[in-house]
Design a protein around this ligand. Structure first.
Ligand code: PLP
Length: 423
């Protein structure tokens, strides 16, 4: 099925409440369709109660909805069993859980391999382990903004305990072949973790094909409410892991001198859970599946191809990402400045170059005058900014409800911005 943005837009109340809004900041968070909003509100209106605890009817109904959502998520990403799905707040919490629990087993001198294109949430949790003498290494990106797979392979060695890498960069849009990376990890006896925050909402992601050990993603970037996220982990790995947070729900038996843990996944779900979030996530998955993840991927590919066709209409535009839509998701970072894209990775060249002649915040503020919402800043990827030789960029990230006409409007306004503010 072809994505029909004009039709889909009608499902999202934010657009009828803001008729001129051109929302192009979907990599930050997505809008919510009525079906998700109603699912959450119906949950509150009909069965709201705490799960796993009550023996009364509405609590059993709420538990069924919560566990039903887990089953839906597990099928959506090709997990073998719902017990491989842990509900958490978001990708950030999932990676913190991994760094805490897996980090307990590491010893001084062990290595963790990341890439140069990671979001802070796939950097900082690992940086915490430096205090224990763990060494963090980074696989390089190439001049075409794709990952250097040879460098990744070369940096995997006998000490590499964990490798954690994004499937799609939230800045460059680069899509990494995580199946290949996970296979390199497996051959090396290294645990593989995929940050799926920017891929699970945008294309088919199947953990049985990727064969990674863990995958993390966030509901709010895929039409669901904020505050619900997912950690997938292979059951045998989750079974042997220490819990992350302690408290109610995650225990088996507790005495004054001892405690045992619940089975997975509940061992990792301490305290009262975001049941309404899980219910919303289930409705979001229904919505995405009805469109089809393959169709969503092709729509975003057509959006990025359209951007490639028209981007040269803006004088001095520099874009940061692969110029091949096979290797690129629907994320487009750019600046208006005078350094040619392929000079950017060359530190010597950038040292003398002006990093951008119109600050990305000014670009975003200019576009906002026409109700076009784009992101500007370091995108929680400060090391990557340094790597590509800028302090910040502007970014557009279309989704299912955006169309080529909106991109054209964006480029028209960007040209005006260049003329009015450019030096
Ligand atoms: N990883 C990537 C690639 C992201 O783009 C983001 C958010 O933008 C995250 C992780 C963190 O997601 P969250 O803030 O939902 O935890």
């Amino acid at each position: 099925m072809r994505v029909n943005p004009e039709k889909l837009k009608k499902d999202f109340p934010i657009f009828s409440n803001n008729p001129d809004l051109v929302y192009l900041d979907n990599a930050a968070t997505t809008q919510k369709p009525s079906s998700v909003i109603h699912a959450v509100s119906d949950y509150y209106s009909t069965v709201n109660s705490n799960v796993h605890r009550g023996v009364y009817k509405i609590s059993e109904a709420a538990t069924e909805m919560y566990e039903g959502s887990r089953k839906k998520v597990s099928e959506f990403i090709g997990a073998r069993d719902p017990s491989e799905i842990v509900f958490l707040r978001n990708t950030t919490e999932a990676i913190n859980l991994l760094s805490y629990t897996l980090g307990r087993r590491l010893k001084k001198g062990d290595e963790i391999l990341l890439t140069e294109m990671e979001h802070h949430s796939n950097l900082i949790p690992w940086y915490f382990l430096r205090d224990a003498g763990i060494v963090i290494r980074f696989a390089r990106i190439k001049d075409d903004f794709t990952l250097d797979y040879d460098d990744f392979q070369n940096k995997l060695n006998a000490k590499t305990a964990i490798a954690s890498f994004t499937e799609t960069s939230n800045v460059l849009g680069s899509i990494n072949d995580v199946r290949n990376l996970s296979s390199m990890c497996r051959d090396n006896g290294t645990i593989s973790i995929v940050d799926g925050a920017q891929s699970v909402p945008h294309m088919p992601v199947d953990v049985s094909k990727i064969a990674c050990d863990y995958l993390a993603f966030s509901g709010h970037k895929m039409l669901a409410p904020a505050g619900i996220g997912v950690l997938y982990g292979r059951k045998e790995l989750l079974d042997e892991m220490h819990p992350f947070l302690g408290g109610g729900e995650m225990i088996g038996e507790v005495g004054y001198n001892n405690a045992t843990w619940a089975d997975v996944p509940w061992k990792f779900e301490a305290g009262t859970q975001n049941v309404e979030g899980a219910v919303g996530l289930s409705a979001a998955i229904d919505y995405l599946k009805a469109i089809g993840m393959d169709s969503i991927r092709s729509h975003e590919r057509s959006m990025i191809e359209h951007i490639f066709e028209v981007m040269n209409s803006v004088e001095d535009l520099r874009q940061f990402g692969p110029l091949d839509s096979d290797k690129r998701g629907g994320v487009f970072s750019f600046n208006i400045g005078d350094v040619k894209p392929f000079d950017i990775l060359n530190q010597a060249a950038t040292k003398f170059a002006i990093s951008h002649s119109i600050h990305p915040h000014d670009v975003a503020a200019f576009l906002d005058r026409s109700n076009i919402a784009v992101r500007s800043g370091h995108h929680c990827a400060m090391p990557l900014m340094g790597r590509i030789g800028v302090s910040s960029t502007a970014r557009v990230s279309p989704y299912i409800y955006n169309d080529a006409a909106e991109l054209d409007l964006f480029f028209d306004e960007l040209s005006k911005c260049r003329k009015e503010l450019g030096r």
